[in-house]
Design a protein around this ligand. Sequence first.
Ligand code: C2E
Ligand code: MG
Ligand code: MG
Length: 660
Amino acid sequence: MEDARTQKSEAPPRFAWVNRNNAAILFAVLLSFGIIIKIYVSIHTVEQKLPQYGFLSIRELHAQLGDLRRLKDMVLLSKTAPASIEGRSMLSEAADLAHIRFTRVDRSRITAELPGYSQLHQEIVGLIGQIDALLGENLPFDRQKLEAVESEIKITEAALNELYFRSGETNNAGLFEAQQSLARLNIEILAILVILSSLLIGVAVLFVQRQRVTRQLRHLAWHDTVTGLKNRAWLMDNGQKMVARARAEQELLGLFIVDLDHFKKVNDTFGHYVGDALLCEVATVMTAHVNDATAAAIRLGGDEFAFLKQAATQAELAQFSGTLCQSISGFRTVEGHQIRLGASVGCSICPDHSWKISELLKHADMALYSAKAGGRQAASVYSPQMKVHRDTQLQTEEDLRQAICNDDFFLVWQPQLAVATGQLTGAEALLRWNNQRTGELVQPMEFIPIAETSELILEIDKLVLRKACDQASQWMAHLPDSFTISVNISGRHLQDRNLPDFVEDLLETTGVPAGLLELELTEGIFIEDRESAHEVLSRIRRLGVRIALDDFGTGYSSLGSIADLEIDRVKIDQTFIANVCDSSRKRGVVHSILAMCDALGMETVAEGIETASQFDFLIENGCTYAQGFFLAEPLSEAVFSRYFSAQRTSSGTIGKEQTG
Ligand code: C2E
Ligand code: MG
Ligand code: MG
């Protein structure tokens, strides 16, 4: 059912060309076509309605009627005085006139336009012939002939009158209809004009709207919707113009990439709404640095911003990267939350590092990476060595990926002893890597920090946990009571809320009791990501797994703050132990740490004990456990097995052991 619905919604529309735009165009074309046909038909109708007979013919007919009347009058006059010479000359004149009018002039048009006229015309010509014949005779005129002509003239006059009247009537009716059609045509033309002007206005409105939408689209295409800053597309389109401008003005152009530290945590803790508000705050700070067209603030995406700035010298740009970093970093109140914001900045310079924006971006990114690696909230300017360094790192990452697939790792075990009794109480699992490509044995300090910059560390830590638990399950039966196997876990893992489940599953499958396992975490992560770390750790502790705070003293946390932490043991960093015997200040610090942990009921492990005097100092000051080359170096699995077997059989004398 679900599938059918999905399929239906994904099926392409049957008539893809049927859309609103095409329909509007089709409508406009049909309308124009209809209007043209309508106008043509209307004009044709008016033409049809126009009188068939020409006005000239009617006027001519009217004149002819007058001449015929005159001829009739003359005949009448001649009849009253048939012997009068004046009468004869008047009749002769009238006959001449009629002769000219009816016979000499071409009648073809009237004949053509007025049907029935030709018959009349023949009759009139015959009449004139009769009068001519009368005039040819001597006076007095024959009275009878005159009367006959008069009556014929009267009949012809009546017929001509009738023709004149009918033609006038027909013409009038045609004219009236034509006038009405013309009035209708005028209305139609008016309506068409209204429609056309509405269409024109509509087109103009659409054009203006299109312009506005185009402007909006361009704005959207080139700006970030959350912050309103310019976006990556803008940078790629216009960055090169800024390069050209700087070149023309013989100045440098700095490209800065700004990355917010731990922004994801802000989103996770306070929600995306607060995260967006924080991004807007950053945008405001960055915009404040844009004084003119020689600078631009850009959001590249996520928590990454860019800034372009033209300057005269490299020093000016280097100084600005620091200014940018400082102006963004600091405490901010967003939506009622106090948030500590940190930023790292990487800078590349045109033309020193490249003329191309895409290259400058890559270099600035590399500088950013180096700024982050050197401790966050820092700024750095690109140098070619960074590329070499980065390439080496990328190679190591690739090698590590391969090593994880091939399982080129193994563990060594460094014993931990109880200071008071010298008894073996545990071992720390330390990772070693056989790099197959170089053939070298690689120490963790060379690859763990690199793995920590990517997701690789999560896989490596899980791999170590698996190896350590597998080993512990093999040793379990032979280990001394209350033994602890310590495994180092990267701080990044505490943002992974699946870790407790993973540990639980592992303990179940290997059968290792939770009390045997201890996870070592460095102090730094407690400061950075307190809340998430606490949640993950308390779930792990609830399983019965112990937690140790590794490298204590290097993370700048106040001594008092460890009281709040979910930890069982504190491992004092070897830098404090190294010269504890030479410096009274170091002695004071170690003494204080030991006293504080004692007061808080926490056990202590001193790391990096290399001399007997250091060990003696720890005995005197009540340290619980000890670990260091003086007692035993990290041992291979086989040597460590022998080591704890020997410890079990003897009473547990303290002495140096070498890696086997
Ligand atoms: P760490 O957890 O503080 O481990 C102790 C380091 O100190 C080990 O170095 C150990 O060999 C060294 N050490 C022990 N006794 C002495 C001593 O008397 N003098 C001196 N100078 N050094 C001593 P290693 O094995 O090179 O490990 C270095 C660091 O790498 C570890 O510091 C830990 O932070 C990390 N690491 C090691 N294995 C793992 C692992 O499996 N996972 C993770 N995430 N990190 C690991
Ligand atoms: Mg450790
Ligand atoms: Mg340590």
